[in-house]
Write a protein that binds this ligand. Structure first.
Ligand SMILES: *Cc1c(COP(=O)(O)O)cnc(C)c1O
Length: 392
């Protein structure tokens, strides 16, 4: 049997590792495998590579190398930001502001902090998923120590006004003569497409991971502005300036740095946005009942993200039918394959349960072509007929 064509449209879940990234990592698995903490020359090669990676990342962020703490990915970087700030600054207050549509890697640590006596305000969003800047400031209290707002949403692609919030926060702190609150952003989805200049964004802490930007999985970092004190969440051999103990993942850090460098150089936003537009227009022509979740395609939305309601269709069944044609995507309730809870993000933008279960996320990537889109839509049309039949 002929293998079906394969069209991967789930780049928000993870990306393949870029060939240049893979090549940059390779020597550090076997040739230069030394422990960067050791003293002999071979180990210093690994240590040098780690420092180079740190410098490359710092440059992309307009930061200093010692602002970068390598972690095991986005989840750990978020946990370090939230628990690290909370535990260090609890004396000032125990209130944190966040947004209802955050990734679970922010919401779950915050749920844990709530159990430990913290107050958390989760701001609501509008129908497109945007948080209002003024709502952030209305929620501010004298005991607020941290604001954590994602840069771009992983499900519906909404790009939050991080720079606006950051700028106004600077003013607020000045007027109130305080260092608080600190400002954290989860930039895992944004790093592939948006500007990460921490001086323009005015953030104190920023999370990035490799797996969404054509880098390795299980590698990430937290940017920590100088002067922001953090308590570690992992204890041991004092690596990463005692903020993250454990033998450094040298190939991971090298790959992450190379991946970020490539993304920030490419910023292939326009090309991919055009393809997303093409996808959306063609789909509307072929399946007129579809609706878009999240912002219009354009500046307020990640250029590669389409989250679409197929009214009356079971999204899970559609994913499986599409897979039989070689088209890979996810249901709108992404990341919930394990928990099977309808998406908290779609709920927050006002979708009802039926709409949530009929939502699908297609996320394009660097390698996606117009032919891929044509094939995906063709397969969608065929799959929709089959799903329709199977559900009577
Ligand atoms: C993927 C993702 C994470 C989790 O990152 P891991 O590297 O898988 O731990 C956190 N936040 C956002 C927005 C993500 O997309």
């Amino acid at each position: 049997m002929k293998r079906p064509r394969s069209v991967y449209l789930d780049h928000a879940a993870t990306t393949p590792v870029d060939k240049q990234v893979f090549e940059a990592m390779q020597p550090f698995f076997s040739t230069h495998f030394g422990n960067p903490s050791a003293l002999y020359k071979e180990a210093q090669i690994a240590n040098g590579a780690l420092n180079d990676a740190r410098r490359t990342i710092a440059e992309a962020l307009h930061a200093m190398p010692d602002n970068i703490v390598f972690t095991s990915g986005g989840t750990e970087a978020n946990n370090l930001a939230l628990f690290g700030v909370a535990r260090t600054h609890a004396k000032h207050g125990k209130h944190i502001i966040t947004v209802a549509t955050e990734h679970h890697a922010v919401l779950e640590p915050l749920a844990q902090l709530k159990k430990e006596g913290w107050k958390v305000t989760a701001l609501s969003v509008d129908k497109k998923g945007f948080v209002k800047v003024e709502d952030v400031f209305k929620a501010l209290r004298p005991d607020t120590v941290l604001i954590s707002i994602m840069y771009a949403n992983n499900e519906i692609g909404t790009v939050q006004p991080i720079a606006d919030i950051g700028r106004q926060l600077l003013r607020y702190r000045k007027e109130h003569k305080t260092r608080y609150p600190f400002f954290h952003t989860d930039a895992c989805q944004a790093a592939g497409y948006l500007n990460l200049d921490v001086e323009k964004l005015h953030v104190d802490l920023m999370t990035v991971n490799g797996s969404k930007i054509y880098g390795p999985k299980g590698a990430g970092f937290l940017y920590v502005r100088r002067g922001v004190k953090l308590q570690p969440i992992v204890f041991g051999g004092s690596q990463e300036r005692n903020l993250r103990s454990g033998t450094e993942n040298v190939p991971g850090a090298v790959g992450l740095a190379r991946a970020l460098e490539i993304c920030q150089k490419l910023r292939s936003t326009r090309k991919i946005e055009k393809l997303s537009e093409y996808f959306w227009k063609l789909l509307q022509k072929k399946v007129p009942s579809v609706e878009l979740n999240g912002p219009e395609i354009g500046e307020g939305r990640l250029p590669n993200n389409l989250n679409i309601v197929f009214p009356g269709i079971d999204g899970e069944a559609l994913v499986i039918y599409l897979d039989s044609y070689g088209v890979m995507c996810s249901t709108g309730s992404a990341c919930t394959a394990v928990s099977r809870e309808p998406s908290h993000v779609l709920k927050a933008i006002g979708r009802n349960k039926r709409e949530m279960l009929s939502s699908m996320r297609f996320t394009l990537g660097r390698g996606t072509t117009k032919q891929d889109i044509d094939y995906a839509i063709h397969s969608l049309q065929k799959s929709l007929k089959l799903v329709g039949k199977s559900s009577g």
